[in-house]
Design a protein around this ligand. Structure first.
Ligand SMILES: Cc1cc2nc3c(=O)[nH]c(=O)nc-3n(C[C@H](O)[C@H](O)[C@H](O)COP(=O)(O)OP(=O)(O)OC[C@H]3O[C@@H](n4cnc5c(N)ncnc54)[C@H](O)[C@@H]3O)c2cc1C
Length: 338
């Protein structure tokens, strides 16, 4: 275990923000985790655990220790007639895992193709796309309490999954280090096709019989057409969460804007498209220096080059303000602001 001091975080966050951590360590094995747990550095420092840094905005330097989880590996631990159970290291790249499932005809994760980040953090965020959330394929995980060293297994219920959140995002932020995750994939096809423009894209492939590889390709194609390539443009994906409102609030907006994009979740609960609201406020494609709103997706704030964390943050505040003024709705960031 090699603890570095005054370490640049620029290559550890996909916004490409220049920020420094007082201390930085990368953990690749269980032995590294134990070395950290037994070291004095935890006693006197604030801790931030990271994976790929795809959902973090550094507004300031981090006064403490950044712990990057970088263990790797995918292992089949059991299977029965219906399902296969895979243990995946928390530092494994999420999309490499999805690709592994698709190549082996293990079903359930394909709609979550191409989401950047590591497996452990994808659990923290309960990532979702095209009608599927990570919790749909989650079985259990193993985490270490980095202060006591206790090892705990969390099943689905204990994780308290919600919309882009889990117990690890709320109550236990940087207390538990997720070390490995067990996923339960199906051996039978049961595709979710009703969300976004998946069906329309599949219809264009007339003649081909749908299979999991085709579905992954379709999801990747749609995502590539809408989202920035993070190797070229800094971003953390959707900056804000979609807000949930009552029927009355939905109806009030719909009266004024009949074209509103919203989804009925249940009676008296509607999910509004934050992207539509931000777009309606005129932000799509706006640029201020190197900070801007992506021209193809209004929910994505981007760093075109050398924007600072503060510039990105200030832009997000302006967007929040204008959405509030127009719709009387307070958007909440999905991105973790440090
Ligand atoms: C272009 C783009 C597109 C995106 N599209 C989507 C999308 O479609 N759907 C979606 O849901 N998200 C999306 N995201 C957001 C992002 O990919 C996810 O939130 C992903 O889970 C972040 O993974 P990460 O490893 O980079 O997490 P990080 O940003 O490194 O960390 C996220 C959180 O997890 C915690 N954490 C990280 N590792 C651990 C660990 N091992 N143990 C405990 N806590 C940990 C961190 O402290 C932090 O709170 C997108 C992002 C980008 C840049």
């Amino acid at each position: 275990m090699n603890i570095k001091q005054n370490h640049s975080l620029k290559k550890y966050n996909t916004f490409n923000i220049e920020a420094k951590a007082d201390y930085f360590v990368e953990l690749s094995s269980e032995a590294d985790v134990f070395s950290l747990i037994n070291s004095d550095i935890l006693k006197n420092n604030e801790i931030l655990i990271i994976g790929g840094g795809c959902n973090i905005l550094f507004v300031n330097d981090f006064k403490g220790l950044v712990v990057k989880v970088a263990n790797k590996g995918i292992e089949k631990i059991k299977e029965d007639k219906e399902n296969v159970y895979l243990r995946v290291a928390a530092g494994e790249d999420w999309d490499s895992f999805v690709k592994y499932c698709v190549n082996n005809n293990y079903y359930g994760a394909e709609n979550l193709s191409l989401i950047p980040g590591c497996v452990g953090s994808c659990v923290v965020q309960n990532i979702g796309a095209y009608g599927v959330e990570l919790k749909n394929v989650f079985y259990e995980l193993t985490a270490y309490d980095i202060f006591s060293g206790d090892k705990t297994v969390f099943d689905k219920q204990k994780c308290e999954f919600g919309y882009r959140k889990s117990i690890f995002k709320n109550k236990t932020f940087s207390k538990y280090l997720i070390f490995s995750v067990v996923f339960k994939l199906s051996k039978k096809q049961n595709f979710v096709l009703d969300y976004g423009n998946i069906k329309q894209e599949i219809e264009k492939l007339s003649g081909s019989k749908l299979n999991v590889k085709i579905l992954r390709d379709v999801v990747c194609k749609i995502r590539n057409s809408k989202l920035p390539d993070i190797t070229q443009i800094g971003s953390a994906g959707s900056f804000f969460k979609n807000p949930f409102v009552s029927f009355d609030k939905f109806f009030e907006i719909k009266k004024k804007y009949p074209e509103i994009v919203a989804y009925k979740i249940k009676d008296n609960l509607y999910k509004l498209s934050a992207a539509w609201m931000v777009d309606k406020c005129g932000w799509k494609g706006k640029r201020f220096g190197d900070a801007g709103v992506y021209e193809k997706q209004a929910l994505v704030i981007v760093n075109y080059g050398n924007a600072t964390g503060k510039e990105i943050y200030n832009l997000s505040k302006e967007i929040q303000k204008s959405v509030f003024e127009k719709f009387n709705i307070q958007l909440q960031p999905e991105v973790i602001i440090i």
